[in-house]
Design a protein around this ligand. Sequence first.
Ligand code: ZN
Length: 86
Amino acid sequence: MASNGERPVAPGIPDDFDLDAARRAPSSTPAEERERCPHCGSYNISVKTQVHGGPNKREYDGDYFCDCCKNHFDDPVSPEEVGHAR
Ligand SMILES: [Zn+2]
């Protein structure tokens, strides 16, 4: 094993790839909040914080909206639940 302090570089990743910068880069959702759609498993979900137009304008049930399968749901699959199939 070549454990001289340097991490092995995966093929395909350029030498100047800055992992720390990539992690610090602003993304739409922080990693710890990567909740998933319970219908299709996509991370591409949006939180419907406030519906424009008033409290009675909620067209669909659910606090979340999936941009992938267009479903509306209340409870996304949180990262802690992944891999804990009963
Ligand atoms: Zn979905």
